[in-house]
Design a protein around this ligand. Sequence first.
Ligand code: CA
Ligand code: CA
Length: 129
Amino acid sequence: MFGDHSLPTCVSIAVDDIDQDGNVDIVVGNINGTNSANILWNNGKRQFSEANFLQHNRSTTALAVVDLNGDTLPDIIIGNYNGPNQVAMNDGNRGFNLLNVPSIDETYRTSTIAIALLPNLPSEGAFGS
Ligand SMILES: [Ca+2]
Ligand SMILES: [Ca+2]
């Protein structure tokens, strides 16, 4: 129901071929509820299956997708409200290893993420292996 603030509400989206099957997938960040981030896996036939990969009482307010460790698999940067930001390192099997990102302050109110693509990155990527 419109206006029901207990329902998850999408506030951020990022797209990339997360599982490297040739079909662009959609990463969705939500506020409210406990499923703060989902992936819509694209089967290439105009159909998507939804998988939650991040459950907690934070709100995911910003998303970005980039390969952080140079393994060619897109990783997900997760900006949260009311909790530490995180990165989801792609394991290549539709699974992720979640890491908390140290914050400059403790307010935890991320609203945007910017990515700088730098030339001449070391082979292990910007985030290390
Ligand atoms: Ca895909
Ligand atoms: Ca990666």
